[in-house]
Design a protein around this ligand. Sequence first.
Ligand SMILES: Cc1cc2nc3c(=O)[nH]c(=O)nc-3n(C[C@H](O)[C@H](O)[C@H](O)COP(=O)(O)OP(=O)(O)OC[C@H]3O[C@@H](n4cnc5c(N)ncnc54)[C@H](O)[C@@H]3O)c2cc1C
Length: 295
Amino acid sequence: MVVLARPQTLAEACTLAAERGDDAKFVSGGTAVVLMLTQGLIAPETLISLDGLRGDAALPGWTAAEGTPGELVIGGGMTLADVARDPLVRDLAPSLAHAASMVGNVRIRNVATLGGNVAEADYASDPPCVLVSLGAELDVVGPEGRRTIPAREMFLDFYTTALATGEVLTAIRVPRHPRASADYLKFCSVSAEDRPCVGVATVLELTGDGEVVALDAAIGAVGSVPQRFEDVLSDEVGRVWSAEIASRVAQEYARRITPMDDARGSRAYRGRLIDVLVRRSLATVAREQEARRGA
Ligand SMILES: Cc1cc2nc3c(=O)[nH]c(=O)nc-3n(C[C@H](O)[C@H](O)[C@H](O)COP(=O)(O)OP(=O)(O)OC[C@H]3O[C@@H](n4cnc5c(N)ncnc54)[C@H](O)[C@@H]3O)c2cc1C
């Protein structure tokens, strides 16, 4: 039998997690945990509900988004539905709001949390590659104290993150890119409610003369973790934007990634999609940058 513990503060949750160790598992929205339990994939002795944290005065931002001069801070307990519709997230991190709006269906989004989505680290999730493309940072608190994990270092393997036992993902911090454009393109091969066959997140910022100031691209659902190639991106910084840059990046990503084969798409299909979708997503952010220049 599984015991459900309902701590009312983050401090209590961390203490419980430290006491129970690997015999315990956090549960937030429960959309992944309950499936894993019913399928017998996990058998924790204790489920530690994070729901009580919404009343923890020491964690006021748990279910909210807040803007600071340099970043957008999203509470780990914010549901994907709230992330998708929050005016601040839509304004400061539109690609993340869009990715959240594309997750599963409304029943899932209404209870699933952004923290749970990241901590689950399913290879076929939408938000992780967006957070990687935006250079987000993840605040965690655990029995050993607090620390920050860059999103680019969070995803280690299938369902494996840099979180240590007992660490709660308390906040997702997205740096502001006020002059950049960002996009998320989700391609589903089965149904619109399905997890992605391929997900592409891009970021582009150009100077008034059209030179590349910032360029990013991260691909989800093609391997165990989001795929991103720093050298391919940094090579293009300082060049005047053209469709050739989009082609080069798309082709190089398609060449370097050996996509996985699963029910959502074969290796060859996914490889072709990477090339097509990276070009398409970069064309979208380039058009937005052009429009801003013309405005
Ligand atoms: C039908 C269906 C369709 C789906 N479609 C999509 C899709 O299209 N795209 C997509 O990206 N995802 C999809 N998902 C996955 C869904 O987004 C995740 O299940 C959900 O985001 C997990 O959040 P949760 O709050 O429910 O996490 P939970 O199920 O409560 O927990 C998930 C994992 O994270 C841990 N955890 C939870 N919160 C925290 C925290 N704050 N700190 C540390 N650890 C934590 C738990 O211990 C557990 O290991 C789908 C799921 C279902 C059931």
